[in-house]
Ligand binder design. Structure first.
Ligand SMILES: Nc1ncnc2c1ncn2[C@@H]1O[C@H](COP(=O)(O)OP(=O)(O)OP(=O)(O)O)[C@@H](O)[C@H]1O
Length: 340
């Protein structure tokens, strides 16, 4: 079942949390809502779950209105499963009873199968406090999925799990969701997580969706330098076109550092990779602020310009203390966007 948000807006008093959001989460796919703290991710999820009333717009399931300004069924009347950051298992129930909670009695025979599915076979009589964080999250996933909801809504479901386990857990989780054909909306603030688990990613900023696409689309064709930076780890440098030069806070760069056609505007945001910049010794250049070994034979050098902005360069060449440098990006290595 597809889940659609149509012209959704939401305010908490004076705070406009969502502004005219329209988005379709396709059936059987994992759609990630990605954005920094406060951009409105949890609000959008809460509206779909029925935890918040719809103030403006509508939410549709396979084209039928699930909730709108006049009609808001409570969470238990919606065909949705919820998974939150802390798992939210019932602490006084063992794993079997936690998973059984949303299941009719006739389906209690499925519980052992679910424990096995999420790698918790043999742990059915343990209580939440007797399990690790990762095990609790997997149990929470089983509990949400067992009733077979058409849609799963997950709010930072792996946030309380350590980074190594988190990677494994999200791959297991992705396989399980895909096998079951569940339509999933997953909230995260971590671009790597969104790339790793999502079929599609909605990038949110200040209550709006600024780009919606597959991981490949966001990687290959970001709409703005800030989105490209989010997915590639490159940095954004402001620039102005001056003939064949790009004037940046870090000096003038030759325009051929940007391949192909440059946007036809004066003010640009350049997306620059730390590994695609050469340091050129220059007594009049920028001072080195920090040098940090990255453990792979390269160092990360931070240069600071007069306005207080830093540029990172990753290079095998460790500078001597007090040295000053000019910087030149490699030919064809920089992507240019119209400034935001
Ligand atoms: N109950 C509330 N009362 C007032 N303002 C709220 C309330 N809940 C959220 N907000 C505000 O609405 C905006 C969106 O919040 P929301 O929790 O949806 O963002 P988020 O992207 O999920 O953030 P986070 O990643 O920190 O959870 C924020 O500015 C937040 O401060």
């Amino acid at each position: 079942m597809s889940l659609e948000f149509r012209h959704i807006a939401h305010a908490y008093g004076e705070v406009q949390a969502l502004r005219d959001i329209s988005l379709v989460a396709p059936a059987g796919e994992i759609t990630c809502l990605l954005g920094s703290s406060g951009c409105g991710k949890s609000t959008l999820l809460g509206l779909a779950a029925g935890l918040l009333p719809v103030q403006r717009g509508a939410i549709l399931l396979d084209g039928d209105v699930l909730a709108d300004e006049t009609n808001a069924p409570p969470p238990e009347k919606r065909p949705v499963g919820l998974v939150f950051q802390e798992g939210a298992l019932f602490p006084h129930m063992d794993m079997r009873r936690n998973i059984a909670f949303g299941l009719p009695k006739v389906r209690h025979g499925e519980i052992e199968g679910w424990l096995e599915q999420v790698g918790l076979a043999g742990l059915g009589s343990r209580y939440p406090h007797e399990l690790s964080g990762g095990q609790q999250q997997r149990a929470a996933l089983a509990r949400a999925m067992a009733p077979g909801p058409a849609v799963l809504l997950m709010d930072e479901p792996f946030a309380s799990v350590d980074i190594v386990l988190r990677r494994r857990l999200r791959r297991d989780c992705r396989m399980l969701l895909k096998e079951r054909g569940a339509t999933t909306i997953l909230v995260t603030h971590d671009p790597a997580e969104a790339l790793d688990i999502g079929d599609r990613i909605a990038v949110m900023e200040a209550g709006r969706i600024v780009q919606f696409g597959s991981p490949e689309e966001l990687h290959e064709a970001p709409r703005a330098a800030s989105i490209g930076a989010m997915f590639s780890g490159a940095q954004v440098v402001p620039a102005e076109r001056r003939g064949e030069l790009l004037a940046t806070p870090f000096g003038d760069w030759p325009a051929d550092c940007v391949p192909g056609v440059m946007p036809d505007v004066v003010r640009l945001d350049l997306l620059v990779h730390a590994r695609a910049i050469d340091l050129v010794p220059d007594p009049e250049g920028l001072p080195v602020r920090d040098v940090h070994g990255l453990g792979d034979g390269t160092v990360r050098v931070l240069l600071r310009e007069g306005g207080g902005r830093d540029l990172a360069i990753e290079t095998p060449q460790a500078p001597a203390p007090g040295e000053r440098f000019g910087v030149v990006p490699h030919t064809g290595s920089v992507r240019a966007f119209a400034a935001e």
